[in-house]
Ligand binder design. Structure first.
Ligand code: NDP
Length: 482
């Protein structure tokens, strides 16, 4: 049994608190590790470690810090298979997904931010009698809080820009998925990053997570997680004027116009609905289809969904693994029951997937398609975060836009049409931070990422991350002759 520890001031150590938390493989419901149930005392120790190291870390040049990121990327790449396997065991996701998305992106996040920071230009604005130079200074101590769906992918997306901009870091992963954050700590230890620069605290969100957000010496909080938690984080951090970025939930619309090339795109539309068992904040869980192609779309979509293999996440041909936990499965199932109460029909799926042997107690759920539901219903407007989509008809583009915007969330959307000019016109009318046309989750690491309304506050990604993880200072120098 693996007893995971915290990583503070360059050492793997137990929590000051005696308690521990079981870490469960959701595909088998078996205990695979324990993590410390950390408290505010552990956060204090991590803050003390940051305070000891932040002056020397911030004095390095960006190029020197970028070299550290490259070293981390090199070591992570050597452990590519470990990352893939651990992520699959910890989350229940198919190993092919862990490899292609989680492990690949975790390495590329470090390389990408190293390159971006190295090539960052100092902005200058000349006046007739003076010059303004904008300097990016470290913020100080960055608190990074991440969810369970893309554990190392999202953590690395925060750690890399935070470090390269000269901050010290205290990371708090979800207590449901501690494994790859621990692997990152091992890698950071192995490459010899100066101690105290990166610290990792494991435990419950409402205990050590809350202590992290409320600590007065932590200057910045980057939070990815649910909207309800995001509100607590915002309420705690705002009175202390911390820099804060909130990447929260979504209820994203997939809009299929009447000229969409379904033969070409149907598999990608299915992927956008069910990747990672629908547990991606960007998944399209409301599919809006023009009424003229509604039935042909439904037939093609259902056929493709029914071909997805559910099973052992470590099998290469598995397309759908388990949900994150049996508790989460109950929540997903309760939404399917609610959909029926609200007048919807379960067109496909709608129940726990009963597997045999080692997986009999796993949190497997059938990919589920619900039809004939009012677009204003709770099921069609609240985030389920599981393998459930609702499909709705629309009769013209204005109606599609109205339905798409009829939710408190505003993270992302996708539009499928052969008329990409029309697609862009529709995109601009959507209240979301991101829109894909004829693709989904096609990410250029340079572009801004984030949502509007209940989906969050601020943008990270590319230069937006480098700006968020630094304080801008303008230095205005008068020319000599004046
Ligand atoms: P949660 O909001 O439950 O948890 C997110 C993180 O916050 C976890 O590390 C959690 O710890 C921690 N946490 C919980 N309570 C507090 C608190 N009071 N103070 C500080 N930290 C706290 O989200 P989930 O982990 O369930 O993740 C799923 C959600 O994340 C979905 O809503 C999804 O849409 C969203 N998400 C958004 C993304 C985006 O980019 N917009 C990307 C990915 C996911 P613990 O788990 O230990 O309780």
């Amino acid at each position: 049994m693996n007893a995971i520890k915290n990583y503070i001031n360059g050492e793997f150590i137990n929590s000051k608190n005696d308690g521990e938390i079981d870490n469960i493989n959701p595909a088998t419901n078996e205990k695979i590790a324990t993590i410390p149930r950390s408290s505010s005392q552990d956060i204090q120790d991590a803050v003390d470690a940051c305070n000891l190291s932040k002056s020397s870390w911030s004095k390095l040049t960006i190029t020197e810090r970028a070299e550290w990121l490259d070293k981390i990327a090199d070591e992570l790449e050597k452990r590519f298979e470990d990352i893939s396997k651990l992520e699959s065991i910890d989350t229940g996701k198919p190993i092919s997904l862990s490899r292609n998305v989680d492990a690949t992106r975790s390495v590329s996040n470090f390389r990408f931010f190293a390159d971006l920071a190295r090539n960052m230009e100092t902005k200058q604005f000349e006046m007739s009698d003076a010059i303004n130079k904008i300097v990016n200074k470290p913020v100080g101590i960055a608190g990074l809080i991440t969810p369970w769906n893309l554990p190392l992918y999202l953590l690395s997306w925060k750690v890399a820009p935070a470090l390269v901009m000269g901050n010290c870091v205290i990371a708090k992963p979800s207590e449901l998925t501690p494994m790859t954050a621990n692997l990152l700590a091992e890698v950071i230890h192995q490459v010899g990053l100066p101690k105290g620069v990166f610290n990792l605290i494991q435990g419950y969100g409402n205990e050590c997570g809350q202590a992290l957000v409320s600590h007065p010496e932590i200057n910045l909080i980057s939070f990815t997680g649910g909207t309800t938690t995001g509100k607590i984080v915002a309420k705690t951090a705002a009175p202390m004027f911390k820099k804060i970025s909130l990447e929260l939930g979504g209820k994203n619309a997939t809009i299929i116009l009447d000229d969409a090339d379904l033969n070409l795109h149907i598999d990608n539309i299915v992927r956008s609905s069910f990747l990672n068992q629908g547990q991606v904040c960007l998944c399209g869980s409301r599919i809006l289809v023009h009424e003229s192609i509604y039935f042909s779309f439904l037939e093609m979509f259902t056929k493709s969904v029914s071909s997805m293999k559910i099973g052992n996440p470590l099998n290469e041909d598995t397309k759908l693994g388990s949900l994150i936990s049996n508790e989460h499965l109950e929540k997903v199932d309760s939404y399917v029951k609610l959909a029926i109460e609200e007048g919807g029909d379960v067109h496909y799926g709608g129940q726990r997937s009963n597997l045999n042997d080692d997986f009999a107690k796993g949190a497997f759920y059938e990919p589920t398609i619900i039809v004939n539901l009012d677009y204003k219903s709770r099921t069609a407007t609240e985030e389920i975060f599981g393998p459930v989509v609702t499909i709705h008809k629309f009769n013209d583009i204005e109606e599609a836009i109205k339905i798409a915007n009829y939710t408190n969330y505003g993270l992302a959307a996708s539009i499928w049409t052969q008329d990409t000019t029309l697609g862009e016109h529709v995109a601009e009318k959507l209240d979301t931070g991101m829109v894909w046309i004829n693709c989904w989750l096609h990410r250029d690491l340079r572009v801004p990422f984030g949502g509007v309304k209940d989906s969050g506050l601020g943008r990270e990604g590319g230069l937006y991350s480098l700006q968020f993880f630094s304080e801008l200072q303008n230095i205005c120098t008068m020319n000599d002759k004046y």
